[in-house]
Design a protein around this ligand. Structure first.
Ligand SMILES: [Zn+2]
Ligand SMILES: [Zn+2]
Length: 103
């Protein structure tokens, strides 16, 4: 009974004296203006924000490591490819170069 009354009054989950202004889209609890904010176009309470933030940091950390590996591998391949192109170009060059027809 008390719980349903509390729900109808829509008071802040953290502050019983304060009226809630919005519901957290993550945990579905009502929060006052001080406890909730718009994060990435979603109303999110502070608890969920810090939780999501922690998940985000670990995610982005893994992501950046993967990205770095990809950059290094791609860079290595591109570098090797460019070196190979330059080498084959330099090998093919002298014949025409000494022929005089190159310029
Ligand atoms: Zn929440
Ligand atoms: Zn509050």
């Amino acid at each position: 009974m008390n719980d349903s009354n509390k729900l109808l009054r829509r008071t802040c989950f953290n502050h019983e004296a304060r009226e809630s202004v919005a519901q957290c889209q993550s945990c579905s609890q009502p929060f006052c203006r001080e406890c909730i904010s718009l994060i990435e176009s979603k109303m999110t309470c502070t608890a969920c924000t810090s939780k999501n933030h922690m998940e985000d940091t670990t995610k982005s950390d893994n992501h950046s490591m993967l990205f770095l590996c990809l950059i290094v591998i791609t860079g290595g391949f591109v570098g090797y490819f460019l070196f190979f192109l330059l080498a084959s170009f330099l090998i093919n060059l002298p014949d025409q170069f000494h022929d005089g027809s190159y310029f």
